[in-house]
Design a protein around this ligand. Sequence first.
Ligand code: PLP
Length: 453
Amino acid sequence: MTDTGKPDSQPAVHRTWRPMPTAERAEGIYLYDTDGKRYIDGAAGSSVVVTIGHGVKSVADAMYAQMQKVSFAAPHVFSNQALQELGRLVASKAPGSMKDNCRSWFTCTGTDANVDAMRVARQYFVATGQRSKTLFISRWQGFHGNNIAVTGMHGHTGRRRMYMGMNINSPHIPPAYCYRCPYEMRLPDCRLKCARALETEIKQQGEENVAGFFAEPVVGAALGAVPAPDGYFQVVREICDKYNVLMIVDEVMTAWGRIGHWFGIEAWGVTPDIISTAKGMTSGYTTLAATMAREEIWAAIEKTGTPFLAGHTMDLNPVSCAGALEVIRTVDRLDLVSKSREVGGYLLQRMRELLEFDIIGDVRGKGMMCGFEMVKDKATKEPFPPARKASLRFQEEAMNRGLVLFHCTGCVEGSAGDMMLVTPPLVITREQVDDMIEIMKETTRALQRELLA
Ligand SMILES: Cc1ncc(COP(=O)(O)O)c(C=O)c1O
């Protein structure tokens, strides 16, 4: 404490009140603090951001070159070249029939991209005379962002309860979560009841009122890397088509090679109507996000003459667009999409060794987006009491041993349940994966003693 009685801390507020090391520099998959300690960035930044690794000079050069040309061009009266080029590049990587047949709106964060996905859907239905369509259905244990509007729409209990009454509470259906199936069924007997629940919800809300359905291909922060089962998004696509509901996939985490495809939804072989994306698009070098929608959606809005009604001051930023362009080109040059599939497969295979421990109940993932779930009792899948802060303790102990991971909670009815996301940069090698596994095993061994004592 200082003599004024205030805590003796820096004036900037951090994500935790606990003391934390100061990051000084980073290179490849490693971060270094001001004491010179080295950490493996097993979280790829704060939850699934870094793809091409830290310290890539060509990205800094591209952004610097853009700054020297024009850093900020009043977006209400100017376009800019980096923006146009990025729009073309993103469209060329889009999945299925969206490839070279979509337009993107570029904003700042993944949350903004989801809000703007809601805006584009709403504006489309107004433009086409379907004004009653205002509702967005999402899933419990799904996460779509952190502004107060989106907290009503997503299903991450711990991040929405504080704001209930301040937001619009959207309808939710159960998650696609086989380890703890909400219907206590198993594939294939369940016939994907979790996907068919969408049809029930649309009927209950009235199809004339439902505008869109939001889902992550692999659920990140709310479930710890749970991919939807095979066939899930095919069923969702059919239901959306049947009721004229837009299928919106949140690829804020899963795009840009993260799960072994340019866009995660490719793994299910269906094309959505709208995609939101961020994080890996810039690999953390700058802030940028995109809302991509099929050409016919934008064309219907354009026909009305009313501009797209989104807009933040820093949207469409030329320097951020130049950074994203170089990041995406680097992913291409280094063939990181295939590498994510291949080395990610090795990571998942080695992570399965953690199942030898009593406190590891499940290991899951796709590509370089992996995770595991901690349990008190493996046979019954009983979670640890939330007060034990099991996953936070895992994060702290791994960090002490030089490995950064991202802890998550709430997979059991929103309040209990502990998961860890294991999502290193896509440039990681097999040898570096082995180093991560050693640290995860040591950490699990130590924590098992603590948590089961
Ligand atoms: C799936 C998903 N959607 C949206 C968001 C929000 O993105 P941002 O934190 O950039 O606002 C996140 C952030 O973790 C996310 O994981």
